[in-house]
Design a protein around this ligand. Structure first.
Ligand SMILES: CC(C)(COP(=O)(O)OP(=O)(O)OC[C@H]1O[C@@H](n2cnc3c(N)ncnc32)[C@H](O)[C@@H]1OP(=O)(O)O)[C@@H](O)C(=O)NCCC(=O)NCCS
Length: 167
């Protein structure tokens, strides 16, 4: 792995990404297909991962995605993405998804949240070191604690599944 650079704050790489949904993205019920929302969230998370790590990064896992309300055709979908936690080469990126009708300035609706794990890679596709994360706010520190819980559960689940396959 390459040399680690100085720690970066979540605000260094935090972004907002918005798009207007169209009929072509609708499912049979006439709402926006969940996969379209995941794609937008993944794109936002990818930008954050590459900014934080200062180079290419790939999606390793979608840890959790909660859909709270349907997204309608013509909604403006806004995503807010930031680094919650970093390991040696992996990063958890949290994405909050909100919508608003395109033709009315009504309040934003929180329609979903997603947690992606990205891994920074070098030119050969191998994992490379990422800068440490320096949380600045109480919110940043809460997100870091919660990301550690998700990681601990993910590793414990993998260990349990692997043990069951060996025995
Ligand atoms: C992600 C990838 C680079 C990891 O490679 P690898 O050789 O398994 O890497 P390692 O075992 O050395 O693990 C590197 C890091 O990735 C993390 N990681 C690997 N697989 C993971 C998974 N499925 N979920 C979460 N984290 C994962 C490890 O925990 C480790 O984190 P750390 O360095 O912060 O401790 C590799 O699996 C890959 O290229 N996958 C395809 C990615 C891709 O194409 N994504 C687009 C989807 S279409």
């Amino acid at each position: 792995m390459s040399e680690i650079v100085a720690a970066r704050t979540p605000s260094y790489s935090r972004i907002e990404l918005a798009a207007v949904t169209s009929r072509a993205q609708a499912n049979l019920l006439g709402n926006i297909h969940g996969g379209e929302i995941v794609k937008l969230a993944d794109s936002a998370a990818g930008v954050v991962a590459q900014r934080h790590s200062g180079g290419p990064a790939v999606t390793a896992a979608l840890d959790e995605m909660a859909f709270l309300e349907p997204v309608r055709v013509g909604d403006i979908v806004r995503t807010y993405a930031q680094v919650n936690w970093v390991g040696s080469s992996s990063m958890e990126i949290g994405v909050r998804i909100e919508t608003q009708p395109w033709d009315a300035a009504t309040e934003l609706r929180h329609v979903g949240s997603a947690y992606f794990v990205f891994v920074a890679i070098d030119g050969a596709g191998a994992a490379r070191s990422v800068p440490a994360l320096e949380p600045e706010t109480d919110g940043d520190r809460r997100r870091m604690r919660e990301a550690e819980i998700r990681r601990a559960h993910r590793l414990a689940r993998r260990r349990e599944i692997d043990a069951g396959r060996i025995s």
